[in-house]
Design a protein around this ligand. Sequence first.
Ligand code: NDP
Ligand code: OAA
Length: 271
Amino acid sequence: MKSHKTVSIAGLGAIGLPLARSLDQGRAPGFQLISVNSRDPAKAHAAVADFAAKPRVCISASDLVDADIIIEAAPAAAFLGIARPAISAGKTFIACSAGALMRNIWLVEEAEREGARIIVPSGALIGLDAVRAAAQGHITSCTIETRKSPSGWLGAPYLAENAITLEGLTEAECIFEGNALDAAAGFPANVNVAAALAMAGIGPLNTKVRLIADPAADRNIHHVVVDSDAARFTMTVEGKPSPENSRTGLLTPLSVIACLRSLHETLRVGS
Ligand SMILES: NC(=O)C1=CN([C@@H]2O[C@H](COP(=O)(O)OP(=O)(O)OC[C@H]3O[C@@H](n4cnc5c(N)ncnc54)[C@H](OP(=O)(O)O)[C@@H]3O)[C@@H](O)[C@H]2O)C=CC1
Ligand SMILES: O=C([O-])CC(=O)C(=O)O
């Protein structure tokens, strides 16, 4: 008999809200949503008003730690305020803001000390199982190219710092080329897949990132090339952007549900 687990979600946007709704609809048997937190409590109350089992709306992220599992699905700027209480309480912490986690990787040591667990779901990316397998041997190179419509990149600090304007762009333009750590600093709302790839593979400094703004892109496209002593592989995912937030693909909330279900699965396929 598997134990029943309680779940909290911080952030009710393109990832958090469909995820909360899926839990309320019983799409992850054995996991019960008990509380949520967002920037604006009134908006959070309204978001869950039609749920069959209304979760508690917490004013502070610290109040989410009653649950066994805390899922972070908030902007990168809010990440530490959600991660620290969950980790200090020794809970299972599922981080969607993979870039923010990578930039605060010391949290892993804190989690080790506190008996907490940090899980990064595959999110919008595919193939992290193969990357992890290759990393057990030796990965010689790892590159990711991400292509999104110009609107998907808007608001990134790197654009302002480098006076890059995407308005009126008529053809695809490379807006960043560098390592995953610099990409996560310059595009905190955008390069979570690069961060997850880096953490699964050869680390942020050795993972090369190219970001493309493409007016013809109606999907968020991630193309990854990995070379290792065991295999060379390429993978491409063309994610449909969420209507709520074009930076985020529809695959990510589904990936979090799959991640939760895998915590209880008797048969688990893939590493
Ligand atoms: N791992 C992956 O593959 C992917 C990761 N991501 C990352 O996941 C995170 C969530 O993405 P997404 O759902 O698209 O983002 P959204 O912007 O759509 O939603 C963010 C939510 O968090 C809320 N929020 C804002 N500030 C806080 C705060 N201080 N505490 C708690 N909640 C807050 C927002 O409320 P309000 O609307 O009122 O501001 C909103 O409900 C982001 O960091 C994003 O970069 C995204 C896509 C893929
Ligand atoms: O494609 C997506 O859904 C999100 C994305 O690029 C990222 O956060 O890295």
